[in-house]
Structures are given as structure tokens and as C-alpha cells.
Design a protein around this ligand. Structure first.
Ligand SMILES: *Cc1c(COP(=O)(O)O)cnc(C)c1O
Length: 372
């Protein structure tokens, strides 16, 4: 197998889910977001491990992602977070994916797709309480619920919303989230009052789980936390988690360089003194962003060493210093290791993005190896 691989620590995933469980208590359900190939961790293996750890629901973004899970034999309910095209609805019905319904037109399309297969499709209503992405306005939720309840080929199984800033401790963001929770409760109680059962209620993402206990309702949907990254860094202790993905590689070449030698494209680095360099078979085509050139270190035998020169498509160079206690073929932890290594959150900060994007960008060329 190739040196560069993403080791997926399923034991950490299980511990993270147990940590979430301790926070939310025994009664609240857990929905596992495994969109984007489980944030890059591998959807099927993560789904199986999460279900074994007590998760009841799975969630994906595309119909294709849902089909992949079904074809691997997974029978748990699968929520479709994003809206498919009408032409994808027959596959949604056939594979028993649960739709988020946002409007009457879409409900009609779903109802007719289900009718055509003589099926009853499970649907949840998505209310937009302030995310501004998909969903009906809170004041229209009752009408949509009544319409869905009247469709014989639809089963109204849940009501949901989503937070844009539940991971922020700014008072303004906290107030905004509280207002969303109030809007959600109000819409749900209108549906109840009309004699309609709104099904499973769910709104909390990772930020909601950590910061807003009043957002748990019947089920929570924490993705980032489950993969081992605290959504609110200052509150990492509230729900302790460990990174599930560790990106590793091996040293494939070592050489002595002389003071003044240039290294890599653009000759951006020149050895300030005689030193030993290692070459690693990992580059930006594996998801190690070129923008990290000159500001990143990898961990070898528990010690950090800086990358020098530009990160190439498939390779990069590390300065080991004089007489390093390191050998050719030694293993290298690029990020997410248990010891001193950087994690996806450290990298995200350097790249002005979020840890989600770092693990998602570790692409298909990098084999996933499952431990635990
Ligand atoms: C991705 C997603 C989540 C999970 O968000 P995290 O921040 O990873 O916890 C929850 N709900 C919806 C609708 C999502 O799209």
C-alpha cells in the first residue's frame, strides 16, 4: 500500500459518540452526518461504527451518497439534508431515503414519485428559522405540515431546522440562536395544536450540542464533534473529543544539503546552513494545500519538523536539521496524530478556513485504513 494514507481511528469515533451521549443524556437520538464521504473519513465504515455506537439516524447530502449506504446493506433511516432534483425522486423513494420538505411544490413532486411506486415516502419538514439556506418560513410551517399530513403517499416523520452560528459564544450569536429555538418551538406548537404530529424534532448541530442544551429536542446532528473537533474551541472540555482522521506518510528519501542549496519550485527556500532533508510522498493533490508551504510542520517520532520550500503536487520536503534521530522509511504523522502533531483545526486556522474543509479535501487517491 502507498505510504500516504488516512488512518481512521474508529475507536476515537466511538469514544466521541460516547462523549456526545454523556452530554445529551440517554433520551435524545443521534443523527450522524456522513455527507461528503463522512467528511472524508469514508461513509460506509463510519456509518456502521456509528450505528454500533448507538446512532439511530444517518444523514447525507446527495441521493448518490444515500444509495451507496443502502447498497452496502445499511437499513437505518437516512436523511437527505439537501434538495434533489425532481428527476432524482424515484431513486429517493426506491432507496427509502427520508426527504427534507421545504415547500408545497416539492411535497407534491415527492408525493407523486411515491405514488408511482406504490410506496409511502418518509419526509421531514425543514423550517428556515434563520440559516437562510433551505426551508419554509416559520409562519408557513403549519400549512405545509397540514398539506403533507393530507398526502396519502407521504409519512410526516419529523420537523427540523438548522443553526448558522450556534458555535459562537458572542452574545449576539447566542441571542440569534435562542431566537431560532423560539421560532422553531412556536411553529411546532402550532402544528401540534392543529392536531398534527410533527414527528421527530431536531435542530442541533455540533455547536448546538456544546452550547445550547435547550436545542436538543428529540435528536441532535453533530458532525464535526463526532469526527473529533470541538466546534467552540474555548469550550473543548464541555464535550471532550479526539480527531478520528490521522494523515500519515513515510520518509521515502533523505539527503544532506549544503548551505545555499535551493529547494523546490520557485526556489523559495535556500538552506541557511548544512542540514538533512527528507522527502515525503504527499502533496497538494492529496489534500495538503500548497498554501501551507513554509508554515507547516510534520511529526516524526514525537518531534515536529518544518516543511521547507513549496509543497508540490505529489511530494514535499522536510528540514530535519543536523544529525537527526530519524531514518529513511520512518513513519510521519502529517496531522491528527495522538502526540505533538498538528490537527485539522490548526491547519484550518493557517488557511483561514474550517477543519471540515481540511478532512473533506483528503481525496480519493489517499487510501483509508480503519483501526479500532
Ligand atoms: C452538515 C450539517 C450538520 C452537521 O453540522 P456540524 O457542524 O458538522 O455538526 C447538521 N445539520 C445539517 C442540516 C447539516 O447540513
Amino acid at each position: 500500500m502507498r505510504a500516504t494514507k488516512a488512518v481512521i481511528h474508529l475507536d476515537c469515533l466511538k469514544e466521541n459518540i460516547a462523549s456526545i451521549r454523556r452530554k445529551i443524556g440517554p433520551k435524545v437520538g443521534i443523527c450522524v452526518p456522513i455527507k461528503a464521504d463522512a467528511y472524508g473519513h469514508g461513509a460506509v465504515r463510519v456509518a456502521v461504527a456509528a450505528i454500533r455506537s448507538g446512532a439511530a439516524y444517518l444523514a447525507v447530502a446527495s441521493v448518490q451518497e444515500g444509495i451507496e449506504l443502502r447498497e452496502s446493506g445499511i437499513v437505518a433511516p437516512i436523511l437527505l439534508f439537501s434538495l434533489p432534483l425532481p428527476e432524482e425522486l424515484p431513486a429517493v423513494v426506491e432507496h427509502h431515503l427520508t426527504l427534507m420538505i421545504t415547500d408545497k411544490e416539492f411535497a407534491e413532486e415527492a408525493a407523486s414519485a411515491a405514488r408511482e411506486q406504490d410506496e409511502i415516502a418518509n419526509v421531514h419538514i425543514k423550517i428556515d428559522t434563520g440559516m437562510g439556506r433551505i426551508g419554509c418560513r416559520p409562519e408557513d410551517a403549519l400549512e405545509l405540515a397540514a398539506f403533507i399530513a393530507s398526502c396519502k403517499s407521504l409519512r410526516y416523520a419529523g420537523t427540523a431546522s438548522h443553526f448558522p452560528s450556534a458555535d459562537s459564544v458572542c452574545p449576539d450569536d447566542i441571542a440569534y440562536t435562542k431566537q431560532q429555538i423560539a421560532l422553531f418551538k412556536d411553529a411546532v406548537s402550532q402544528i401540534h395544536s392543529a392536531g398534527i404530529d410533527p414527528g421527530i424534532l431536531h435542530i442541533a448541530n455540533s455547536g448546538g450540542v456544546v452550547l445550547h442544551e435547550d436545542s436538543y429536542f428529540d435528536m441532535v446532528r453533530p458532525g464535526l464533534l463526532m469526527y473529533g473537533y470541538p466546534p467552540v474551541e474555548s469550550m473543548a472540555e464541555a464535550v471532550p473529543v479526539k480527531p478520528v482522521m490521522e494523515l500519515v506518510t513515510n520518509i521515502v528519501f533523505m539527503k544532506q544539503v549544503k548551505k545555499g542549496d535551493y529547494i523546490s519550485y520557485g526556489r523559495t527556500w535556500q538552506a541557511p546552513e548544512d542540514t538533512v532533508l527528507a522527502t515525503l510522498p504527499i502533496g497538494y493533490a492529496d489534500g495538503l494545500s500548497r498554501a501551507l508551504s513554509g508554515q507547516f510542520s510534520v511529526c516524526i517520532k514525537g518531534k515536529l519538523y518544518p516543511l521547507v520550500g513549496r509543497i508540490c503536487m505529489d511530494q514535499c520536503m522536510v528540514d530535519l536539521g543536523k544529525n537527526p534521530p530519524v531514518n529513511r522509511w520512518d513513519e510521519v504523522s502529517v496531522f491528527g496524530g495522538a502526540d505533538a502533531s498538528f490537527d485539522a483545526a490548526d491547519i484550518a486556522k493557517k488557511l483561514n478556513t474550517v477543519p471540515y474543509e481540511i478532512t473533506c479535501n483528503i481525496n480519493k487517491r489517499v487510501p483509508r485504513v480503519y483501526l479500532g
